[in-house]
Design a binder for this molecule. Structure first.
Ligand code: ARG
Length: 463
């Protein structure tokens, strides 16, 4: 009889998988990333089996010793991964049996790779979410720091990328803070929802041994055991949810990148990006390209793509486990790696952004950005808003003709447009006057931004 290469499931087989098909079927090349989670899950499972009298104390001791040694071997890069053993689970189990003999073969009692892999992924994602949140927090801290320095720096605020109304740069930055705050909340929600233990669901229907699922759940720090064995082994909605939360982060970072790229351009010159996050051109010596921001913007594509892949892998799968699910890992890992890298790059870059305050100020002044303030001024003196809008429109046209800013017009010129205008109009026509007047919760006034910075600091500390 032919020697069957896979000892763990080869009993009913008369020929071996080999060559290309073996390569196609294996997952150890990428699922070995979950090796420590696999070991952690096995220790909890064995401990529970021991406590329930399903395994002997001696077997459990041997299993724990063997797994501890395997962990060492993996950490020291001494472990030999073999594609013939298909995945991380069977590689570790085979090595355990090499090390401790028959006790190693008993570890799989009351368990299947189906509940095992579902457990490993959840443990891995829990750890990854914590790592992503750490990077997110560091970026949030960087944003608050810069916002604090730029509390009263005036810049044009935009709609349609047209100069709209003056805002403070600190206020603009804190808009990014709010987005990341929600991103963090999404990660936390996802973490809570995935923190349930599939262990004990076995292949799909549960197991005939007197197991204690709450106990293995508790040993692994899960909130509880999954309530339905079929669901526990089959759904990957939690992984899709994470990919979705990561897509939203990538989308935010991409928008942030886009602004940095625009502000850093020669045409805008609002900011100077630190040299170490930029590159030069091999042909044009004058250039300083915002490569890192562009790269982060570009990487959004793969993060969205991974989400689409995950949704499509899950779609149409009948209950319960199907091998389709082996395809979940590469996109999932890629999204995690990509977003961690992007957050790390931004967290390093943002605190060193130099605001070119005079340029920003000049830009805020030159785009008639205080036109709305003039309209509001007229309204406060009894002019109906629609009429005020019309009057200010004409005033802007007049200023364009005279090639000057609104606050450079003479009082007489302004009064020719509306007789309710008096000397105090100049206080609202300056960009400083404009931002200070928006002095309410969530507004752009420096006083509000100062308070928002304090709130943001408290929030970050609470994370
Ligand atoms: N490598 C597999 C996966 O990632 C592990 C589970 C395999 N189970 C099975 N019955 N073939 O999903």
């Amino acid at each position: 009889m032919t020697q069957i290469t896979n000892k763990q499931w080869g009993g009913r087989f008369s020929e071996s998988m080999e060559g290309f098909i073996l390569q196609l079927n294996e997952s150890v090349s990428f699922d070995k990333r979950m090796a420590f989670e696999d070991i952690e899950g096995s220790i909890a499972h064995a401990t529970m089996l021991g406590e329930q009298g399903i395994l002997s104390v001696q077997d459990v001791t041997l299993i724990k010793q063997g797994l501890a040694q395997i962990k060492e071997e993996i950490a020291n890069n001494e472990f030999v991964w073999s594609p013939e053993l298909e995945d991380v689970h069977m590689n570790i189990e085979a090595r355990l049996t090499d090390l401790i003999g028959i006790a190693g073969k008993r570890l799989h009692t009351g368990r299947s790779r189906n509940d095992q892999v579902a457990t490993d992924i959840r443990l891995y994602l829990r750890k990854s979410i914590d790592e992503i949140r750490t990077q997110l927090k560091s970026l949030m801290t960087g944003i608050v720091g810069l916002a604090e320095t730029e509390t009263d720096t005036v810049m044009p605020g935009f709609t349609h990328l047209q100069s709209a109304q003056p805002v403070t740069f600190g206020h603009h930055l804190l808009a990014w803070f709010e987005m990341l705050k929600r991103d963090d909340g999404r990660l936390l929600d996802c973490r809570e929802r995935l923190n349930y233990s599939p262990l004990g669901a076995a292949a799909l229907a549960g197991t005939t041994y007197p197991i204690n699922r709450q106990r293995s759940a508790e040993l692994l720090g899960f909130t509880a055991a999954c309530a339905n064995s079929l669901d526990a082994v089959s759904d990957r909605d939690f992984a899709i949810e994470l990919c979705s939360a990561l897509s939203v982060i990538a989308m935010h970072l991409s928008r942030f990148s886009e602004e940095l790229i625009i502000w850093n351009s020669v045409q805008f010159q609002f900011i100077d990006l630190p040299d170490r996050f930029c590159t030069g051109s091999s042909i044009m010596p004058q250039k300083k390209n915002p490569d890192i921001a562009e790269l982060v913007r570009g990487k959004t594509g793969r993060v969205y793509g991974n989400l689409m892949a995950m949704l499509t892998i899950m779609k149409s799968q009948p209950l319960a486990y199907n091998k389709d699910n082996q395809e979940d890992k590469e996109p999932l890992f890629d999204s995690i790696d990509t977003v961690i890298d992007c957050l790390r790059a931004f967290a390093g870059m943002v605190p060193h952004i130099k605001a070119k305050r005079e340029v920003m100020h000049q830009a805020a002044q030159s785009g008639f950005a205080t036109a709305t303030d003039l309209a509001d001024y007229l309204v406060k003196r009894g002019v109906a808003f629609r009429d005020a809008h019309e009057i200010v429109g004409k005033t802007v046209a007049f200023a364009i003709e005279k090639n000057c800013a609104l606050d450079e017009l003479s009082l007489a010129d302004l009064q020719a447009q509306s007789d309710v205008i008096e000397q105090d109009v100049f206080a609202v026509l300056t960009v400083e006057g404009s931002v200070s007047a928006r002095n309410h919760f969530g507004g752009t006034a420096p006083e509000q931004v100062k308070q928002a910075v304090e709130n943001a600091k408290t929030y970050v500390k609470s994370l």
